[in-house]
Design a protein around this ligand. Structure first.
Ligand code: 13P
Ligand code: SF4
Length: 300
């Protein structure tokens, strides 16, 4: 199966990108695994003709926004992100009508139509940098209230929150973390900024998914409790075979990130099924917001 995928990728002149939460067998054959920011940057720079995106809809949409001349395939079109569905263009318009004029910083975990209404995008890896790059003193951040609260705690700006969240990260409780810490007293605790503020207070490190890999690699510690989606245990262990990684909670499992199978990938590459194409009238304004973020992250 893996050989078949490799030869199909070659035939289609395709690059295969996979998010860090994807199943191990997918990560093992991808050309690049990474967090949302790394995957966006790669999608903006590749000269492949086809981008096979193993992740969820908003990631494939972002790739299509950045590379309209390429064909972007999401092998399972139904792989979404519940947090991205927590803000619609109509809801955002209504909220903005009730606020004084201010920039909108939109987490990439959002639909492309919401990005199209935004000043700039951000990911978990660059949210603080993005907010600090704006001159305005008041900013609306959508849709993740936890990422927005974390960012607010690191800047002097007034951040207006949107009441969205990741159901899996938001469900992690301080009791879960305390229990894991009791079982692994020597382990450091890494948390994703999508976790609640009371969880982040308990963390030794707060980082994006790839930020966690870097932190664990650079740390002298030999064991870590991982406060993010449990798919992350695989790339952490792969990059650090001599270290131990324990889930903060086994319930942090994102079903959408596990939908794509090797069969789906073969089918998609054979038939070009699952193509994601953003209409030009939405792509243009969304590109401004995404490109502004990428320019910031690649210049620093
Ligand atoms: P990262 O950008 O940190 O990889 O996070 C993406 C995501 O969906 C987290 O739930
Ligand atoms: Fe969305 Fe949460 Fe899944 Fe990430 S883990 S894709 S934020 S539902």
């Amino acid at each position: 199966m893996k050989e078949k995928i490799k030869s199909l990728l070659k035939k289609r002149k395709a690059i295969m990108l996979a998010h860090n939460y994807q199943p191990p067998e997918i990560q093992d054959i991808a050309d690049l695994c990474g967090d949302s920011l790394e995957l966006s940057i790669k999608a903006s720079m590749t000269d492949a003709e086809v981008i096979l995106f193993c992740g969820v809809t908003f990631m494939a949409e972002t790739a299509s926004v950045l590379s309209p001349e390429k064909r972007v395939l999401l092998p399972r079109k139904d792989a979404g992100c519940p947090m991205a569905d927590m803000v619609t263009p109509a809801q955002l318009k209504l909220r903005l009508a009730g606020l004084p004029p201010m920039p909108v910083v939109t987490y990439v975990n959002s639909s492309v139509s919401v990005k199209a209404m935004s000043t700039i995008c951000c990911t978990s890896a660059n949210a603080i940098e993005v907010v600090n790059s704006l001159e305005a003193e008041e900013i609306l951040m959508v849709p993740d209230r936890n990422l927005a609260q974390y960012t607010a705690s690191k800047t002097n700006k007034k951040i207006h929150l949107w009441d969205g969240y990741c159901p899996f990260h938001d469900s992690l409780t301080p009791e879960d973390v305390e229990k894991a810490k009791k079982m692994h007293p020597d382990a450091l605790f890494m948390a994703h900024p999508e976790c609640r503020p009371e969880i982040l207070e308990l963390a030794d490190a707060i980082a994006s998914t790839s930020g966690m890999i870097r932190y664990a690699s650079e740390s002298d510690s030999l064991s870590f409790i991982v406060g993010t989606e449990i798919g992350m245990l695989y790339p952490l262990k792969k990059a650090n075979p001599g270290k131990e990684f324990y889930p903060a909670s086994k319930n942090m499992l994102c079903n959408d990130m596990k939908k794509i199978s090797l069969d789906d990938i073969v089918r998609s590459l054979e038939t070009m099924e699952g193509e994601v194409k953003v209409p030009e009238n939405i792509r243009q304004p969304a590109l401004k917001a995404v490109q502004r973020m990428i320019d910031l992250s690649t210049s620093s």
